[in-house]
Design a protein around this ligand. Structure first.
Ligand SMILES: NC(=O)C1=CN([C@@H]2O[C@H](COP(=O)(O)OP(=O)(O)OC[C@H]3O[C@@H](n4cnc5c(N)ncnc54)[C@H](OP(=O)(O)O)[C@@H]3O)[C@@H](O)[C@H]2O)C=CC1
Ligand SMILES: O=C1O[C@H](COP(=O)(O)O)[C@@H](O)[C@H](O)[C@H]1O
Length: 627
C-alpha cells in the first residue's frame, strides 16, 4: 500500500547530541552552590555520603522535597528525614551500597548494617596507589589523602573506550556524576580498547566531549582536570586475556589492599561482547568487593543467539552482576509511569481493563542517521527499540503492584507481563522502511530490515484482557516523539454526550506521559466552555516540566549509571525478561525472514506507513497525530 503523501520538510538532525567541546570556554561562573561550604565543614566523605542520602530521599520523597530544598537553597535533608535515614536499617538499596551480598560479594556479609556502615561504605574513597609498585603518578595518589583505608575504592572501566558511545555518552555521564559528587573524587576511570593510544590520548578524546552541567558550573575546570587525572588507558592488545590482566593489575595498583568495587561498562559491538566479557570475568574481577558489568543493547540477534550469550554470561557471572542497559529507560517518562500510577489514588484504581480502553506507546525519531553505519542496517528497529524499550515500557506500565521498589520485585512483575503477551498475528503488525533521498531502499539497510514497526499487542491476563496496546516506532519520521498515551473508556450513559457533537472520541479522557518533544504530563478532561450556554470542551491539564521545574534533567546515562552504582536493577532487563521479550518477537521475525515480508517504504519526514492507521482502526484506536 502506498505511503501517505509526503510531508517531508525537516532535515534529519543527528540523533545523539554531541556535547560541545569545552576547549576555550569550559568555565562558566554561576552562583556558588551550597556544596562547597558544606564540604569544608564536613569533609569530602561526609559530603558524598550526604549527597547519596539526599538522592535516596529524593527518590523516596520526590519533587516536593526537591522544591523545598531548592527554596532553602541547599540540599541538606529536613530533620525528620535525616533522622529517618540515620535510623534506617538495611534496605535492599543499602545492601548494595555497602559490601554487597551473594555472588557480587567478595567479603560477603549477611549482617544487618546500620546506616553508619552504609554511609561509610556507600561512596568509595580510593586509596593512595602504592608508590613502590605503581606507575600511577604522584598527582593521582594525592586526591585520596585524608580518607580512611577501610573504605572501598571504586574503579569504573569503559571497555570500548574509543567508540562513539563511550565518547559521546558514557564518559560525559561519568563526568557529570563526578562533578555532582556522586562518584568519589578518588574514583579510578579506565578506558580500554585495542587502539594504540596513551592515557593522554584518551584524556584528549574524553575532554573533547565533556561539558559542565548547565545549572551549576562552579570549579568546573578544576573538577574536569581532577577527573581527567583519574583516567587511564589500557591497550587491549591482540588478546583480551592479556588485556584484562593488564586492566586488573592497573586497577589493583589504585586499590591497594583495601575493599574495592568495580564496574565494567561494555561499550563494544555485540560481536565482541563475549570476546571481552569472558576474559574480563576470569581476569579482571576484584576479589575485594563487588563487580558489576553493564551490557549494551541490542540484546541478541535472535532469541537463540541471545540465549547463548546469556548462558555464556551466566557461566561466568551471577545474574545480579549483569546490568543490561537501555538508556531510553533512564528517562523520567519511564519512572513517572510507576510513580503516577502507584502514588496517586486518582489513577491507581483506574489501571485496568475496567477503565482503560487502549494504551499507545510511541517512539519516533526525525533522524535517520542511526540507520547508517552501526548495527542498525542489519538489526533493524524491532531488535533495537521494540525488544527492550517498547516492551519494557509496556511491562512497567502493565505490571501488578510489586511487593516493593526492590529491583527483583519489580523484575518479577515485569516478566509476568512479558510472558502474558499474546502471540502477534501477521495482520497485527506493520513494517516500514525509510526510503533514501533518491526514493530507494537505503543502501545501509537490507531490503527486509524494518526501520518502522507498529503492532497491536494484547496481554492475556485478568487485568488487561481485551485492551489493545498499540505501539509504533520509527526512524526518519516527521517529528521526535516519545510518549505513552492512555485512553480511558467512555463514561457509561454520559448525560452530556450530545454536547460533544458526533465525535464520541472527543469526550475520551486521556493521560499522556511525554518525553519528546518536551517533557510533560497531560490529562485530557471535559469542561464547560465559559458562557451562558452549556457547551462542553475537551481541555488538557498540563504539567510542562520546563514551566514547573527550574532544574536540568540529567542525561539518562547518568541516571542509569548511578542505579548501577547503587545496585538498583529495576530498569535493567533480567535474563528471563530478555528471553520473554524474544518470545514475543521471534514469531514476528520468523514471519519476516521466512516469508520475506516487504516493508512498506515511506518518505523521510513522513508519518510512516499508512497501514499503521488501518491497524489502529482495526483495534478501535485512532492515533493522535498532533505532530
Ligand atoms: N553509539 C551509540 O550511541 C549506541 C550504541 N549502543 C551499543 O553500544 C555498543 C558500542 O557502540 P558504538 O560505541 O557505537 O561502537 P563503536 O564501533 O563506535 O565502538 C566500539 C568500541 O569497542 C572497541 N572494540 C571493538 N571490538 C573490540 C574487542 N574485540 N576488544 C576490545 N575492544 C573492542 C572499539 O575499539 P577498538 O576497535 O580499538 O578495539 C571501540 O572502542 C554497541 O553494542 C551498540 O549496539 C547502543 C545504543 C546507542
Ligand atoms: O538507543 C537508541 O537511542 C537513540 C535515541 O537516543 P536519545 O538519547 O537521543 O533519545 C536512537 O537514535 C537509537 O536508534 C537507539 O539505538
Amino acid at each position: 500500500m502506498a505511503g501517505l503523501a509526503a510531508a517531508a520538510s525537516a532535515a534529519p538532525a543527528p540523533s545523539f547530541q554531541f556535547q560541545p567541546s569545552l576547549v576555550g570556554s569550559r568555565f562558566i561562573p554561576v552562583a556558588a552552590p551550597a556544596a562547597s561550604s558544606r564540604m569544608q565543614a564536613c569533609g569530602l566523605r561526609c559530603w558524598v555520603a550526604a549527597k547519596l542520602k539526599f538522592r535516596k530521599a529524593l527518590k523516596m520523597h520526590g519533587w516536593q522535597l526537591q522544591r523545598n530544598l531548592d527554596a532553602r537553597g541547599n540540599d541538606k535533608l529536613p530533620d525528620h528525614l535525616e533522622a529517618a535515614s540515620l535510623t534506617e536499617k538495611r534496605t535492599h538499596r543499602n545492601m548494595h551500597l555497602a559490601y554487597d551480598s551473594g555472588g557480587e560479594v567478595a567479603s560477603s556479609s549477611s549482617d544487618i548494617l546500620d546506616s553508619t556502615t552504609v554511609q561509610k561504605n556507600s561512596m568509595h574513597q580510593g586509596p593512595s596507589p602504592s608508590e613502590t609498585h605503581s606507575p600511577v603518578r604522584k598527582e593521582e595518589s594525592s586526591v585520596s589523602n585524608g580518607h580512611s583505608d577501610s573504605e572501598p575504592s571504586l574503579c569504573i572501566a569503559v571497555i570500548g573506550a574509543t567508540g562513539e558511545l563511550a565518547r559521546t555518552k558514557v564518559f560525559p555521564a561519568l563526568f557529570a556524576l563526578y562533578y555532582s559528587g556522586f562518584l568519589p573524587r578518588s574514583v579510578g576511570i579506565f578506558g580500554y580498547s585495542r587502539k594504540k593510544i596513551t592515557d593522554e590520548g584518551l584524556r584528549s578524546i574524553i575532554e573533547a566531549n565533556l561539558t559542565c552541567r548547565v545549572d551549576h558550573h562552579e570549579n568546573c575546570d578544576d573538577k574536569l582536570n581532577e577527573f581527567l587525572k583519574r583516567t587511564y588507558y589500557i591497550d587491549a592488545g591482540h588478546d583480551n586475556k592479556d588485556g584484562m590482566a593488564r586492566l586488573n593489575s592497573r586497577m589493583a595498583q589504585i586499590e591497594g589492599t583495601r575493599a574495592a568495587n568495580r564496574i565494567f561498562y561494555l561499550a563494544v559491538p555485540q560481536e565482541a561482547l563475549l570476546d571481552v566479557a569472558l576474559p574480563l570475568a576470569d581476569g579482571a574481577q576484584t576479589k575485594q568487593g563487588w563487580n558489576r558489568i553493564i551490557i549494551e543493547k541490542p540484546f541478541g540477534f535472535t532469541g537463540l543467539s541471545s540465549h547463548r550469550v546469556t548462558q555464556s554470561l551466566l557461566s561466568k557471572f551471577e545474574e545480579k552482576q549483569i546490568y543490561r542497559i537501555d538508556h531510553l529507560l533512564g528517562k523520567d517518562l519511564i519512572e513517572n509511569l510507576t510513580v503516577l500510577r502507584f502514588s496517586n489514588l486518582v489513577f491507581e484504581p483506574l489501571w485496568s481493563r475496567t477503565y482503560i480502553r487502549n494504551v499507545q506507546v510511541i517512539f519516533s525519531e526525525e533522524t535517520a542517521t542511526e540507520i547508517q553505519g552501526r548495527y542498525f542496517g542489519n538489526y533493524g528497529i524491532i531488535r533495537d527499540i521494540v525488544h527492550s524499550h517498547i516492551l519494557q515500557t509496556i511491562a512497567l506500565f502493565a505490571m501488578e503492584p510489586p511487593v516493593s521498589l526492590d529491583g527483583e520485585d519489580i523484575r518479577d512483575e515485569k516478566v509476568k507481563v512479558l510472558r502474558s503477551i499474546r502471540k502477534v498475528d501477521l495482520e497485527d503488525f506493520v513494517l516500514g522502511q525509510l526510503k533514501d533521498t533518491s526514493g530507494k531502499v537505503d543502501r545501509y539497510t537490507k531490503s527486509t530490515t524494518p526501520t518502522y514497526f507498529a503492532a497491536a499487542l494484547y496481554i492475556d491476563n485478568a487485568r488487561w484482557d481485551g485492551v489493545p496496546f498499540l505501539i509504533k516506532t520509527g526512524m526518519g519520521l516527521m517529528k521526535n516523539r516519545a510518549e505513552i498515551r492512555i485512553q480511558f473508556r467512555h463514561v457509561p450513559g454520559n448525560i452530556y454526550r450530545e454536547r460533544f457533537g458526533h465525535d464520541i472520541d472527543l469526550d475520551t479522557n486521556e493521560l499522556v506521559l511525554r518525553d519528546q518533544p518536551e517533557e510533560a504530563i497531560l490529562l485530557k478532561v471535559n469542561n464547560k466552555v465559559p458562557g451562558l450556554g452549556l457547551q462542553l470542551d475537551a481541555s488538557e491539564l498540563n504539567l510542562l516540566y520546563r514551566d514547573k521545574y527550574d532544574t536540568e534533567v540529567p542525561d539518562s546515562y547518568e541516571h542509569l549509571l548511578l542505579d548501577v552504582l547503587d545496585g538498583d536493577s529495576h530498569l535493567f532487563m533480567r535474563s528471563d525478561e530478555v528471553a520473554a521479550a524474544w518470545n514475543v518477537l521471534t514469531p514476528i521475525i520468523h514471519e519476516i525472514d521466512q516469508n520475506r515480508l516487504a516493508p512498506e517504504l515511506y518518505e523521510a519526514g513522513d508519518r510512516g506507513p499508512v497501514n499503521a492507521y488501518y491497524l489502529a482502526a482495526k483495534h478501535g484506536v485512532r492515533w493522535d497525530d498532533d505532530w
